[in-house]
Design a protein around this ligand. Structure first.
Ligand SMILES: NC(=O)c1ccc[n+]([C@@H]2O[C@H](COP(=O)([O-])OP(=O)(O)OC[C@H]3O[C@@H](n4cnc5c(N)ncnc54)[C@H](O)[C@@H]3O)[C@@H](O)[C@H]2O)c1
Length: 322
């Protein structure tokens, strides 16, 4: 990663004007958050129903942002504009948040166009879940201002954003991007190396690999494995992560004591972890188990239940940070 300062960025104005490129599930959610924080938002998406979709999404997302104390009751529609032309959409941007389809060749070319059209001081941030910035910035004349800001769905509610640069991203860009996400109430983490899935999705994948293995082996039901997380470690993980949780597990001696006592057992558990093939048999076990666990609730009802509780968890976490 380049550490050379970029003279265009050193005197950068504060970020007030944003452009959101691609306004599907993720882009529309970013738009709601940026509007709630009083920013100007220009949207660009060639999809035929993009504008009504984004307006409907923002309208539906707004009450939760008001409940969390982030937004005023009135949606500031005057701060939102749609532009059909990509170049015009980013011409005045301080920060571009890109959320277009997850295809590498397509995004490389999109980045080339964004880089050519956006002002020199603008940050070009991508929401990509799986692509590497070193590749996306490869056709840009100013790759130092290109960075990944990977959110969790929905970005207007989930605090985490993973920030990672490519080979040519400047430290200044990383720092300005982290500061911007803090400005809009996010909890950015800095990822120092490009790895597949960034950090949080790798952690989710590690847990789910073992959860699938345990279900496939018949060690416990799908529902009981889910309960083992939601009523156990999952409750603590919203407060302290796995490292700090085990630091407390060591009592007064902290992690040093924990390692003295649990290194042996932990190594034997690690050695025993498994991986089930995602074949037809495993598929049936998971689908049947989830049908039982759902107990007649359809996907919409389950999502509503999750979102209602999520809001209460977020309110509790916001309270603890004030
Ligand atoms: N869905 C998730 O859970 C999630 C979470 C984090 C990050 N992401 C990332 O966010 C990005 C977008 O994902 P999504 O789930 O919102 O996808 P989506 O399919 O809901 O939205 C993509 C949007 O891009 C638009 N689009 C197509 N061509 C375009 C172009 N040339 N210029 C601008 N927009 C164009 C489409 O019309 C569509 O509205 C991806 O990179 C994805 O990896 C997704």
């Amino acid at each position: 990663m380049s550490s050379s300062p970029n003279s265009n960025q050193s005197s950068s104005p504060p970020i007030a004007r944003t452009s959101i490129i691609g306004t599907g599930t993720i882009g529309a959610s970013w738009a709601a958050l940026f509007l709630a924080h009083g920013l100007e938002v220009v949207l660009h998406d060639p999809g035929p129903d993009a504008e009504p979709f984004a307006r409907a999404f923002i309208t539906q997302a707004w009450p939760a942002l008001v409940t969390l104390g982030i937004a005023q009751p009135e949606i500031p529609w005057h701060a939102l504009r749609f532009k059909a032309d990509l170049e015009r959409a980013v011409a005045d941007a301080d920060l571009v948040q890109e959320n277009a389809p997850e295809r590498e060749a397509f995004k490389i070319d999109l980045y080339r166009q964004l880089d050519a059209a956006a002002p020199a001081h603008a940050i070009l941030a991508s929401s990509t879940s799986g692509l590497h910035m070193s590749r996306l910035q490869s056709q840009c004349a100013h790759p130092e201002r290109c960075v990944i800001g990977h959110p969790f769905n929905p970005p207007h509610l989930i605090p985490l954003v993973e920030v990672v640069g490519g080979q040519h991203t400047s430290n200044e860009t990383i720092e300005r991007t982290m500061a911007f996400y803090r400005q809009v109430g996010k909890r950015p983490i800095r990822i120092n190396k490009e790895v597949s899935g960034h950090v949080a999705n790798r952690l989710q994948a590690a847990i789910w690999r073992e959860a699938v293995y345990l279900a496939a082996q018949g060690v416990a039901s799908v529902e009981d494995i889910d309960t083992a997380i939601t009523e156990g470690p999952g409750v603590r993980w919203a407060i302290f992560g796995p490292h700090m949780t085990f630091n407390l597990g060591g009592g007064q001696g902290g992690m040093a004591h924990f390692l003295d006592h649990f290194s042996g057992p932990m190594k034997s558990w690690w050695d025993d972890l498994g991986e089930a093939p995602l074949d037809e048999t495993t598929r049936e076990i998971l689908i049947r188990g989830l049908t039982e666990e759902s107990r007649g609730r359809n996907i919409q009802a389950l999502a509503q239940e999750r979102d209602d509780m999520l809001l209460r968890v977020l309110e509790a976490k916001r309270g603890s940070h004030q």
